[in-house]
Design a protein around this ligand. Structure first.
Ligand code: PHE
Length: 339
């Protein structure tokens, strides 16, 4: 039996297989139910007890070597099969490139326009306290914007926690931590408790701006807004200011730009008025300056705020706001050409 084992281990060394099939045949021949090694183990049961120890050892060594050899052959033949069956001639799969979201494109454009004239960027938290969203901005306690109708409350109490309804809260944070001259723009996501429709959404994006210094006037505000409108909608754009009301500005105005689609002649985007509303603005109310420890006798300022979706809508004539939030690639892919 010892000779048989010796003989088989020599043979084992010289085994080769070209295919997976051949390897499988070798496995059956060596390790299968009637394979050489199984047969040897059967024979082993019948030999004298004093020989069992050393023979058992060599038999086990042979079995392990055979298993290892079959494994090596299997690995090599599988590799061979994969390599020879791969077809390298077909053209590659097209790579899909990501694109910026249209809201990001417009936000970046607005930021770029204002940073060119010295505004810096400020950001703040989306979950805010009552002070930063309302009280510091001169909202009286009973103001309807604080109502459940408009505001998402995280905690409703004397010290309410809310999802910010505008990024004016960031302007308050800037006034707390910086002294005039202040010139910032605050882009960000805001939340209002509104029924979702083509024209309104409970989430949208704003860019608000704040400029506080000595001798800042309403004429400066008009000029900044006109500059922005021309950069954003084209050199021929005109603006129109209509008196309005915000708790944090006095006087306040609503800004319209001449319709860039019909050139002011009237179309269904501007509802045949020739004008499109784009933002709210005004001179910072003295109460707001004082609430933030800024001397309202020495300093004046203006603020403005616009919805990014609204600007994007006017830029691309997208009529349904919901498209911006659905992330349908068929919609998003249309903006790939714009950097
Ligand atoms: N905060 C206002 C809004 O959310 C916009 C605004 C900002 C108006 C600054 C006037 C001045 O609608």
């Amino acid at each position: 039996m010892y000779e048989k084992i010796q003989h088989l281990s020599k043979e084992l060394d010289s085994l080769t297989a070209a295919t997976v099939q051949e390897t499988e045949e070798l496995r059956i021949k060596w390790l299968g139910k009637k394979g050489y090694i199984t047969v040897l183990f059967d024979e082993f049961k019948t030999i004298a007890a004093d020989q069992k120890r050393s023979l058992g050892q060599s038999l086990n060594t042979l079995k392990n070597a055979a298993q290892e050899k079959i494994q090596v052959l299997r690995h090599a033949t599988v590799q061979e099969t994969v390599a020879t069956s791969a077809d390298y001639t077909p053209p590659g799969d097209p790579q899909l490139f990501g694109a910026r979201h249209p809201i990001s494109i417009v936000r970046n454009e607005i930021i770029e326009i204002f940073t060119r004239i010295g505004y810096t960027l400020a950001e703040g938290p989306e979950i805010e306290d009552d002070w930063h969203v309302f009280s510091a901005l001169n909202f009286p306690p009973e103001h309807p914007a604080r109502d459940m109708q408009d505001t998402f409350f995280v905690r409703q109490s004397d010290n309410a926690v809310v999802l910010r309804t505008h990024t004016s809260s960031v302007q308050v944070r800037v006034m707390e931590s910086q002294r005039p001259p202040i010139r910032v723009i605050c882009p960000g996501r805001v939340f209002r408790n509104e029924a979702v429709s083509a024209r309104a959404h409970c989430i949208f994006h704003q860019v608000e701006g704040l400029y506080i210094d000595e001798n800042v006037s309403f004429a400066d505000l008009k000029q900044a807004v006109l500059y922005f409108a021309r950069e954003m909608f084209g050199k021929e754009t005109k603006i129109r200011l209509r008196p309005s009301y915000f708790p944090f500005t006095e006087p306040s105005a609503e800004v319209d730009v001449s319709c860039n689609i019909c050139g002011g002649r009237g179309c269904n985007i501007c509802k045949y008025t020739g004008w499109l509303e784009i933002m709210g603005c005004g001179m910072v109310d003295t109460n707001v300056l004082e609430a933030n420890d800024i001397d309202s006798k020495k300093y004046t300022g203006f603020a403005f705020g616009m919805g990014i979706e609204r600007v994007a809508m006017l830029k691309w004539q997208v009529r349904d706001l919901r498209l911006y939030f659905e992330n349908d690639v068929r919609f998003l892919a249309q903006f790939t050409a714009v950097v």
